[in-house]
Design a protein around this ligand. Structure first.
Ligand code: ARG
Length: 441
């Protein structure tokens, strides 16, 4: 009896050839698994292609909802951005890996396979995730582990074996896409100086083509998760799809960055992620309103750690679970409304409110009704400055070179000097030396 292998099948040239190669050269019964994360694939055609290419069975699963709710929402709550990258591809991989494992167990397969190459992060994400969920399963990545064909060889192989591939003119880029974003790399983008050509973008307008007038939207969050837009409750996948469309129209969500891959390579990566960019901006704005300052600061580091961990394929780890528990606890008051303007490539937060807002106009105001105790500030500053004054007295001031004596750009400005144009600023008199005010001498 041939061994069974479950292959993550996109329906593209690489994995279609892999279906036949795993069958013919490796003697497997191939179970193709296609997971829809919102890239709008023709699922019936993909299923058919898998079967015609020699798969023993083909699963096609719509996982858009768990993708958004179980993978993207936790990343959003955490504020997880790898640099500017909202991690669309990186969040999709562990979900696909989990389904590979679950199908393998259901079908009694002892192998799983995926179409990653040996140069990227995706192989790490698949392999590490499978190992975390089912250490007994063996993983094969044909493109890395033995299939080794060039694109031309793959086309020749497909023709010779009657595989149903349409040989479209080769996309100039390598693309991965799901609801949370579209990742574009390779081709001319490898020239880091070159502005990404317009044909790299599919979801977003250029700033020039974006409408002249802004769109204003209002998002409602409940405990850190968006639940309504413009007054209407909306499910996660529909909200994300809608924001991708509207944000894309306004040119929002284009990202162009140099990224540090886990395998040690720096690479130039271009992304389109309108919904993710808008939602992160809105979520951050609401957190500014409701999180205590200390939490806000510490959570920023936690979010960076979270992003690194997701990027590096460590989704199914106790570390992620522990960070999630912390992040969840911070989100108890992240409930409220955020108003956002989308305009010519920009996301602008223009308003926010929450029943848990820590922003108290009576304390913040410069106008009548101020309840802030100004005299308390004097004592506060005396104590904040105490260690600084003590150190200056005992060890000397930490100031650098004097400005007044040494810096030739500090000039004395005589009467009438302003008439001739811009003048250098006048400095206040130098501070007298060390005074032992704290000790009363
Ligand atoms: N650099 C991104 C990441 O590692 C995107 C990878 C996209 N993959 C692709 N086949 N184009 O998450």
């Amino acid at each position: 009896m041939p061994e069974k292998i479950v292959l993550a099948y996109s329906g593209g040239l690489d994995t279609t050839v892999a279906v036949r190669w795993l069958t013919e050269s490796r003697g497997f019964d191939v179970i193709a698994l296609t997971v829809d994360l919102g890239s709008q694939p023709d699922l019936a055609a993909i299923r058919n292609r898998a079967m015609v290419s020699g798969a023993a069975q083909a699963y096609v699963l719509d996982a858009r909802r768990p993708f958004i709710e179980r993978f993207c929402w936790p990343a959003l709550r955490a504020g997880a951005l790898y640099g500017q990258y909202p991690l669309a591809t990186a969040l999709g991989r562990p979900l696909i890996a989990q389904l590979l494992v679950e199908v393998a167990i259901r079908e009694g397969a002892s192998w799983v396979a995926h179409g990653s190459t040996g140069k990227g992060n995706d192989q790490v994400r698949f392999d590490v995730a499978v190992g975390a969920l089912a250490p007994h399963l063996k993983v094969l990545a044909p493109l890395r582990d033995g299939m080794s064909m060039t694109r031309e060889q793959e086309i020749g192989y497909a023709r010779a074996h009657g595989l149903p591939i349409e040989v479209k003119p080769q996309s100039p880029y390598s693309i991965d896409e799901n609801l949370w974003g579209r990742s574009i790399e390779a081709g001319v983008l490898e020239d880091a100086l070159l502005k990404p050509p317009e044909d790299a973008f599919l979801w977003t307008s250029s700033v020039d083509a974006a409408p002249a007038s802004a769109a204003l939207i209002e998002l409602v969050f409940e405990r850190g998760v968006p639940t309504a837009m413009d007054g209407r409750a909306i499910a996660g996948p529909a909200l994300v799809a809608q924001l991708n469309k509207l944000g894309g129209l306004h040119g929002v969500g284009r990202i162009d960055m140099i990224e540090d891959r886990f395998v040690g390579i720096k690479s130039r990566e271009v992304y389109e992620a309108p919904a993710a960019v808008i939602l992160h901006a809105a979520h951050r704005a609401l957190e500014e309103l409701v999180l205590d300052g200390e939490v806000a600061r510490f959570k920023t580091s936690a979010g960076q750690e979270y992003a690194r961990l997701v990027y590096q394929g460590k989704w199914f780890t106790a570390h992620r679970r522990d960070l999630d528990a912390y992040v969840m606890s911070t989100q108890q008051a992240v409930t409220g409304r955020v108003r956002i303007e989308l305009h010519k490539g920009n996301v602008r937060v223009v308003g926010r409110s929450s029943p848990y807002s820590l922003y108290q106009p009576a304390l913040a105001t410069y106008s009548a009704g101020d309840q802030f105790d100004h005299q308390a500030a004097v004592g506060f500053i005396t104590l904040v400055g105490l260690p600084v004054r003590t150190q200056a007295r005992v060890q000397g001031s930490a100031a650098t070179e004097p400005l007044l004596e040494d810096d030739r750009h500090v000039v004395e400005v005589g009467p009438g000097a302003f008439e001739g144009g811009l003048a250098e600023p006048v400095l206040a008199p130098a501070v007298p030396g060390v005074v032992d005010a704290d000790l009363g001498r």
